[in-house]
Design a protein around this ligand. Structure first.
Ligand code: HEC
Ligand code: HEC
Ligand code: HEC
Ligand code: HEC
Length: 197
């Protein structure tokens, strides 16, 4: 078995010519994809936060109900109660308690295509990390530096990072607690013996 694996590896590692070999092995990560190659096809935008300049994925194009202003042409108060069914029935806010937060804590009621800060400053939906940063400053500081949240590719420039909403649903941001994976030996024995009913 082992020999099979080894010999197939060797075949893949063969080059047609010396120049092929030099080119392949001269690439970063010994022939693995560079950040540029890994990120090809993802639309990225460049942001500067403090002294850090890096790329994050574009969001607007990923949101099905965008552009919001196709429907949100009048003030919210005029739109509510028109239908029996809620328009955004699939969105259940499960973030902070209702005294701290409601929909327009983050969404801009005067321009629904945008978000807003607690002081009413307009924020492009692609830059939603700025909204999160207001209340989660320590995670934001870590994220800027690359410690919180995952890099899309390697450490080689250009640096690209997932943004907050790639991992956290803004409407329901915490992850469920999970039990660590365990292997129950006694159960396995019982199952083997056909005792598990
Ligand atoms: C197909 C039409 C439509 C689109 C597109 C749409 N909305 Fe709405 N939205 C509505 C209607 C109608 C209401 C008011 C009735 C209701 O509360 O269900 C509403 C209500 C809301 C509210 C207030 C909800 C509440 O309970 O106070 C928010 C916030 C909101 N929309 C955000 C957005 C955002 C952000 C987008 C774009 C990403 C968007 N909407 C796209 C139709 C739409
Ligand atoms: C903590 C901030 C925050 C609150 C509170 C919030 N949103 Fe959002 N919402 C966002 C962000 C950020 C996005 C963009 C997410 C992305 O990039 O995918 C978004 C996206 C949306 C979208 C488009 C994507 C989707 O899931 O359909 C709708 C519609 C929407 N919000 C409606 C609402 C409604 C209605 C409420 C209140 C019940 C609400 N939001 C409360 C931050 C918030
Ligand atoms: C207005 C303040 C405010 C804004 C804006 C806000 N949050 Fe929160 N967030 C809270 C509060 C309050 C809690 C609940 C208290 C807690 O558990 O720390 C919370 C909880 C969370 C949690 C769960 C924490 C845990 O311990 O499980 C995550 C993750 C989170 N928010 C991410 C985000 C993201 C991502 C955004 C931006 C889209 C955002 N928040 C915007 C105030 C905010
Ligand atoms: C690559 C995914 C990823 C990205 C990007 C990301 N987070 Fe997290 N975040 C996590 C994970 C995983 C946890 C730990 C969850 C747990 O332990 O239950 C976490 C935890 C949190 C918590 C809970 C408190 C804590 O530190 O454990 C908050 C608040 C939070 N993130 C906010 C943010 C904000 C704000 C951003 C953007 C500036 C962000 N996150 C970006 C994955 C991410």
């Amino acid at each position: 078995m082992l020999i099979l694996v080894l010999s197939s590896c060797k075949k893949e590692g063969e080059y047609h010519s010396v120049s092929d070999k030099v080119e392949a092995e001269g690439k970063p990560y010994h022939g693995k994809l560079t950040s540029d190659e890994l990120l090809a096809g993802t639309e990225l935008i460049e942001i500067t936060e403090g002294e850090h300049t890096f790329l994050i994925p574009e969001r607007e194009g990923q949101i099905k109900s965008f552009a919001c202003i196709e429907c949100h042409i009048k003030p919210l108060s005029n739109m509510k109660g028109l239908n029996e069914k809620k328009a955004h029935w699939d969105i259940q806010l499960n973030h902070a308690n209702g005294e701290i937060m409601n929909c327009i804590t983050c969404h801009n009621a005067d321009d629904m295509n945008s978000l807003n800060t607690l002081t009413g400053k307009n924020i492009n939906i692609n830059l939603s990390h700025k909204v999160c940063a207001q209340c989660h400053s320590s995670q934001f500081e870590d994220w800027k530096g690359g410690a919180h949240g995952k890099k899309v590719a390697g450490w080689a420039p250009p640096r690209a990072s997932m943004t907050c909403v790639n991992c956290h649903n803004p409407h329901d941001p915490s992850f469920d607690t999970r039990w660590p994976v365990q292997f129950n030996t006694q159960k396995a024995i019982e199952r083997e013996e056909g005792l598990d009913h």
